[in-house]
Design a protein around this ligand. Structure first.
Ligand code: LLP
Length: 421
């Protein structure tokens, strides 16, 4: 459920008409609903009620400071994967004891940054990383709390580019080697094992792979405890999927997911951490764009928008589907048309949808891409020297620009021409 509904014939974000935002900030832009972000966070929080838990928002999905502040104030922790994300989380006011550090290639500089600033735990992904972390912590006179990410060799049944839990993926240590790696951890002076971490992929629309992975983690918890390790925290990753098309069957709910967690690992008495990104931010955001031209091709019509692949890369990168709807509500029985929906970037991959049938629109009309809150703005680039598009946050009847569109001069000023030229 989201808070983007037609009212009086125009699509609104909460109580604000998108046309009003477009008039003020220009197109294209991203817009987020505070109510949807908070609703989705609370769904997870409630689903884990009764268990000692922390919902750490995977901020790679949407990392604007305003969004982080909103979620942190609601009690969220953050899952960060780089020094930049760590710095953003801290700058937004997230308490360090609610920040977990994931990622397969943490550098020593990043480890130092998080140990100095404070961290809830590192999710370690390999022996060399664990040795490096131990050395850095010893240098700083600290002991780093860690979980070790295991790779359970489970097929997440999602797009290959975002599946992470099969043995051929770069993530985690093979679960079969876990006991040996935990034994090594126990011998290192700069790390303290507190638990286990697992994350098998993103946009999962079925609970079965989660169940398979969590049962393996439960079994491993008992083995490791028998080996003498303290396992008091389980980080179960993120990955619960969202419905990208309104016609699709809804994926399992956070409540179903919470019940599964209770059933598979609830008896172990561990503190539970989860790292959802997409389910919190995905349907909380739209990308709004304007039709520039409708062009007649040899055998098709092209709807040419002012938004492009550099603004929203998911269709080009993952063949992802996003519903695209007119901002002015189509009258009942209004004319429909079939388009290839494309942006102005100079490659054919800059295609949002092929053969998409929707209400007919024309030059100057606004359209909204649904489910664009997650992995939208954060994956944008300035390819074709198109400035990063602004982000807007709505709360009831108010809206604020939370990242401004850079001017051409600002964009160009980041380059420097050496004195010898
Ligand atoms: N935790 C870890 C360790 C992760 O790698 C990820 C996502 C998450 C949590 C959050 O997963 P979520 O709840 O958002 O599914 N750019 C792709 C998605 C990449 C996901 C990467 N890892 C897309 O646009 O679909």
């Amino acid at each position: 459920m989201d808070h983007f509904l037609y009212r009086d014939g125009t699509l609104c974000a909460e109580d604000v008409a998108l046309s009003e935002i477009a008039a003020q900030v220009g197109t294209p832009f991203y817009v987020y609903s505070s109510a949807t972000l908070l609703r989705h966070f609370h769904l997870f929080d409630t689903a884990l009620a009764g268990m000692d838990h922390l919902v750490c928002f995977a901020m790679k999905s949407l990392s604007n400071q305003a969004v982080l502040r909103l979620l942190a104030e609601a009690g969220a922790g953050m899952d960060v994967v780089s020094g930049g994300e760590y710095a953003r989380a801290v700058a937004a006011g997230v308490p360090p004891e609610r920040i977990v550090f994931s990622g397969v290639g943490k550098t020593r500089a990043e480890m130092r940054q998080a140990l100095t600033g404070g961290i809830r735990q590192f999710n370690v992904e390999s022996e060399p990383e664990m040795r490096a972390l131990s050395e850095v912590a010893v240098e700083l006179g600290q002991v780093a709390p860690i979980t070790i990410r295991v790779n359970p060799d489970v097929d997440a049944r999602t797009h290959a580019k975002i599946a992470t839990g099969k043995s051929e993926n770069k993530f985690g240590i093979p679960i079969a080697r876990a006991r040996a790696v935990y034994a090594l951890a126990a011998d290192l002076p700069g790390v303290e094992v507190i638990g286990i971490d697992v994350h098998i992929g993103s946009q999962l629309t079925d609970l079965a792979p989660f169940e398979a992975a969590y049962l393996k983690v439960a079994e491993l918890t008992e083995q490791l405890r028998a080996d003498g390790h303290t396992i008091r925290r389980l980080d179960l990753g993120g990955g619960l999927g969202i419905p990208y098309a309104q016609t699709n069957e809804a994926p399992p709910s956070p409540q179903d997911y919470g019940d599964l967690i209770r059933r598979t690992v609830g008896h172990l008495g561990c503190e539970i951490e989860i790292e959802p990104g997409r389910l919190i931010s995905g349907n909380a955001g739209l990308m709004v764009s304007r039709v520039i031209y409708v062009k007649e091709g040899a055998d098709r019509q092209f709807l040419i928008l002012d938004g492009a692949m550099n603004d929203l890369i998911r269709p080009a990168m993952y063949e992802a589907h996003h519903d695209i709807v007119p901002v002015v509500e189509p009258a009942p029985g209004a004319e429909r048309a079939t388009y290839d929906i494309v942006g102005p970037v100079c490659e054919s991959g800059d295609t949002f949808a092929k053969g998409r049938t929707m209400a007919q629109v024309g030059p100057g009309d606004l359209v909204a891409f649904r489910s664009a809150g997650a992995y939208g703005a954060v994956m944008a680039s300035e390819y074709n020297s198109r400035p990063l598009i602004p982000e807007v946050l709505v709360q009831r009847d108010q809206f604020a620009v939370i990242r401004a569109r850079p001017t051409f001069d600002e964009m160009i000023a980041r380059d420097m021409i050496p004195a010898w030229l």
